[in-house]
Design a protein around this ligand. Structure first.
Ligand code: ZN
Length: 365
């Protein structure tokens, strides 16, 4: 079968290759892949910065954002042949958190991740995974269900934000989302579902599809080219999704007393200077919290399924419209070398060669 593969550690090694079709086993369900979303992690793996082959393989099939149909399965009651599913990404090691159903909070770091680390991904006609990590997707969400994996990452950050704040009486009113890529948009939509006043900040000018999607969800889109960060006032929740250290440092000044800032990015090393004394004192005097959040729990996928439906109901078609291209496997390069203004690009494996859907777009962050 054809698969989009990389040689981890080699820059620009992504290509289409014929690989052996995986087979059903007692520990793995066989999935017929329908759609795969490509994100920044896939692009970083192709840049050679990380990624790890499965044991016994000298390549890695990419694709951790996946929607599939169960082609065949042995002995599981909740998931059956023919079900529409999304697999979670991470598989546990033997640390206490992993053993407690929290591989997203792994202590040892010996977990595996489909399409990233030690397990093949799903950018191929078929894939296999442990059926205990499959999330059932209702048929009516078939068109947007592939967004569940990035939704789950936002869900985890938001879930933990509110969980942390069970330490006090807390009624958050204003939230700031830094970044308007797919994760920033999904975070915006989820915070709006909670009734928060949301400002979503990015570099791109207003009027772009991204800014329209933010506004269709009832949030404010702020272009930092027009309005500097330090003029936005204070926020009870800040979600940092840009992965840009200077943006994160500037935004820290905007956190209200008792506020929480959640970091969802990956921050390249830099020599940025920061008044550490002031930053620590701000933390103390305002009971402020900064925390990091990676990956997602099965719980976050499950919450995500109902929230996707709620987003559809409250803000019609924002999820569909953030998918700016859907291409067949043979055109995978469109996803790895996106055009300016692309938001989410999908590989469609369900019906062979399909026409490319292209929406004209503006700036991206
Ligand atoms: Zn672990």
């Amino acid at each position: 079968m054809k698969a989009v593969i990389v040689k981890p550690g080699e820059k620009d090694s992504v290509h289409l290759e014929d690989v052996p079709r995986p087979t059903l086993s007692s520990s793995n369900a066989l999935l017929k892949i329908k759609r795969v979303g490509i994100d920044g992690t896939d692009i970083e793996i192709n840049s050679g910065s990380y990624g790890e082959c499965p044991t016994g393989s000298d390549y890695l099939i990419l694709g951790h954002e996946c929607l599939a149909v169960v082609e065949d399965i042995e002995g599981s009651s909740s998931i059956q042949k023919g079900d529409l599913v999304v697999p979670t990404v991470r598989r546990p090691d033997d640390c206490p958190n992993c053993m407690n159903g929290e591989p997203d909070m792994c202590l040892k770091g010996e977990y595996k991740e489909h399409g990233i680390r030690g397990l093949h991904g799903f950018a191929s006609e078929f894939g296999v995974t442990d059926p205990n990590f499959l999330i059932k997707i209702p048929q009516d969400l078939e068109n947007i269900g592939v967004l569940l994996e990035p939704v789950s990452v936002a869900e985890k950050g938001i879930y933990h934000t509110f969980k942390i704040q069970e330490r006090l009486k807390w009624t958050p009113r204003k939230a700031l989302v830094l970044g308007s890529g797919p994760l920033g948009l999904l975070t915006t939509f989820l915070l709006r579902l909670k009734g928060l006043e949301v400002s979503t900040v990015a570099r791109g000018a207003r009027g772009s599809l991204k800014s329209q999607l933010v506004e269709r969800a009832g949030a404010e889109y702020v272009s930092t080219a027009e309005k500097p960060l330090n003029t936005l006032g204070k926020f009870d929740i800040i979600m940092e999704v840009t992965g840009v250290s200077s943006v994160a440092v500037d935004a820290q000044q905007l956190l209200n007393a008792n506020g929480v800032m959640c970091f969802l990015g990956v921050y390249p090393p830099n020599t940025l200077s920061l008044d550490v004394g002031k930053a620590y004192t701000d933390l103390v005097l305002g009971n402020r919290t900064y925390f990091g959040s990676v990956n997602a729990n099965k719980r976050d996928f499950e919450i995500g399924v109902s929230d996707i439906r709620q987003i559809e109901k409250n803000f019609p078609a924002v999820l569909r419209d953030m998918i700016t291209k859907t291409v067949p496997l043979s055109e995978y390069k469109a996803a790895f070398y996106p055009d300016k203004g692309d938001i989410k690009i999908l590989l469609d494996l369900s019906a062979g060669e399909k026409e490319t859907k292209v929406t004209p777009l503006e700036d991206s962050i």
